[in-house]
Design a protein around this ligand. Structure first.
Ligand code: HSE
Length: 435
């Protein structure tokens, strides 16, 4: 039986999870694959750093170069994270012709073209299943399972922290700040939580999925990204009354028309309660993938955590081992041709429906002025809702609109915000009907 050695850089929570999962199911994997695999070296920050599962001291080294330079190691797992030294580690391993397995979405997002070009140059492979949606095999599914499809739309709940916060806000009527503090206490949200809360982590992930689905590299700067800081418990409540749930959605959607392209974006979105994504709660992730041949499909599972991530990392290790067993290193190319160009449709051109929450003086004529502004921008109102208030006081006015471009909506909102009867910055969320 062919023998393959694995080296790992990073022996903390996720690294020890990978090692533990291999201890548990490595024999099963080997039997399934017909390849003998073993961990040979694991680079750690400190020999005694706290880790949920033990790693034998004999395997540990404090120098990552010992792992990359070991001529007997064919597969390198990078679990260091971040966009600094991890890049050097991966490039160094690829230059040596070693296959790399990474969970590092931030690094792929920032330096994807360079890393995939390095892999192509060296003839090695770069696997990244764990970078998006943790344990859900979404990369492999897009790349292999759906190879015969084009992708009209992908909608992803790809950040567990945001989903946890939004789910609790909805279920408990809780405030954003309180739930965020709790999420940090429980170790879900990063400290500081900006990467999650401001939508950056979701941006990295939807960028990777969109690139894979559409065959050109999506630069993360082109991804319109909004986080969940502006979602309040009253919006949750009003959305619920209207039959919707608010989720942070990563969207990669084909746009047709005069100037076709792909919408790639992240923003809090009202989705109908009847849609399957509305019932994805807590830290769970889900991807709703529409293929032109297969139709609608749904992937659901844990998007983070040592064990879910270990499952994805080891699936990449298995693929890498099979590549080597079959006498090559790139059975399935890691990515698309990075030189190919595609068009990311600017947000101003994107059409959607909208939820608006305005804080208005409760007196005659206010609604007329607002609807006049919307009508002038050719934005139709589909429903209006105003809880009763005392005359003269500010009250919420909730409007749902028909389809309009983001440009038209932004222009209308700028005018609405200037009305003396509008007492606070208008709140706007887009609505997705998955059509
Ligand atoms: N911070 C990420 C999340 C971890 O909350 O989903 C997994 O990428």
């Amino acid at each position: 039986m062919r023998e393959i050695n694995i080296g790992m850089i990073g022996g903390g929570t996720v690294g020890s999870g990978v090692f533990h999962a291999f201890q548990t199911n490595g024999a099963l994997m080997q039997a399934r694959l017909g390849v003998k695999m073993s961990f040979r070296k694991i680079a750690v920050k400190a020999l005694d750093e706290p880790r949920p599962y033990e790693i034998p001291k004999a395997l540990m080294t404090l120098d990552w170069q010992n792992v990359v330079n070991d001529p007997n190691i064919q597969i390198i797992i990078e679990l260091v994270g971040g966009t600094g030294i991890a890049r050097t580690m991966i490039l160094s391993a690829l230059e040596k012709g070693k296959t790399v397995v990474t969970a590092n979405k931030a690094l792929l997002s920032a330096h994807g073209p360079e890393l995939f070009a390095a892999a192509a140059k060296s003839g090695a492979n770069l696997y990244y299943e764990a970078s998006v949606c943790g344990g859900i095999p979404i990369i492999k599914s897009l790349r292999e399972g759906f190879v015969a499809n084009q992708f009209p739309a992908i909608y992803g709940i790809v950040n567990g922290t945001c989903n946890y916060i939004l789910s609790r806000m909805k279920q408990e009527g809780a405030d954003f700040a309180g739930v965020l503090a709790d999420a940090q206490k429980q170790g879900y949200a990063e400290t500081p939580p900006d990467l999650d809360i401001d939508g950056k982590d979701a941006q990295h992930k939807i960028g990777i999925l969109a690139s894979l689905a559409h065959g050109f590299w999506v630069d993360h700067h082109a991804i319109h990204t909004e986080g969940i800081r502006d979602v309040s418990k009253v919006d949750m409540l009003f959305a619920e009354k209207l039959g919707y749930t608010i989720k942070l959605l990563g969207i990669a959607k084909q746009v047709s028309g005069r100037k076709p392209g792909v919408q790639v974006s992240v923003y809090p979105t009202l989705i109908p309660n009847a849609h399957v994504l509305a019932s994805v709660n807590g830290v769970f992730n889900a991807c709703f993938v529409r293929g032109d041949v297969v139709g609608d499909t749904l992937f659901y599972g844990r998007g983070a955590g040592k064990d879910a991530t270990a499952s994805a990392v080891l699936s990449d290790v298995a693929d890498a081992a099979l590549d080597i067993k079959m006498g090559g290193k790139v059975r399935v190319p890691p990515f698309v041709t990075i030189s190919k160009k595609g068009r990311i449709v600017p947000m101003a051109e994107i059409t959607s429906r909208y939820y608006l929450r305005l804080s208005v003086a409760d007196k005659p004529g206010v609604l007329a002025k607002i609807s006049t502004i919307l009508a002038a921008s050719k934005i139709g109102i589909s429903s209006v809702f105003q809880p009763e208030g005392q005359e003269g006081e500010s009250v919420p006015l909730i409007l749902m609109t028909h389809d309009a471009t983001n440009l038209a909506m932004q222009k209308a909102l700028a005018k609405i915000a200037k009305l003396s009867t509008v007492k606070a910055k208008p709140v706007m969320f887009r609505v997705e009907n998955f059509e």
